[in-house]
Design a binder for this molecule. Structure first.
Ligand SMILES: [Zn+2]
Length: 98
């Protein structure tokens, strides 16, 4: 049985992977500070808004499997904490399981 949170988590992981593919496609084609329209990774499965972030910013956030980009004001999943924020996005972190 899949709980609501498990489905949300799967959706969020799918967006994360889409963003990683997007970053791979554009990698090396521009400078590291150029903004790229990544998909918002918030808890709203229907959200198709984009987060403007640079390669450098993306790499820092996605270096940690528990961190995601979301737009300010977008829903967080249960237990996620905002760990950093910029004018363009928030960085949320899932609770560590251990
Ligand atoms: Zn969103």
């Amino acid at each position: 049985m899949s709980t609501r949170n498990e489905r949300l988590r799967e959706n969020q992981e799918a967006f994360r992977h889409a963003n990683e593919r997007l970053e791979g496609v554009v990698d090396g084609k521009g400078d590291a500070e150029a903004l790229i329209p990544f998909l918002c990774e918030c808890a709203d499965a229907a959200c198709l808004d984009t987060v403007q972030a640079s390669h450098a910013e993306f790499d820092v956030v996605h270096a940690d499997d528990l961190r995601f980009f979301i737009l300010p004001g977008h829903p967080r999943m249960d237990g996620e904490e905002v760990v950093d924020r910029t004018a363009r996005y928030l960085i949320v972190e899932k609770p560590r399981s251990d």
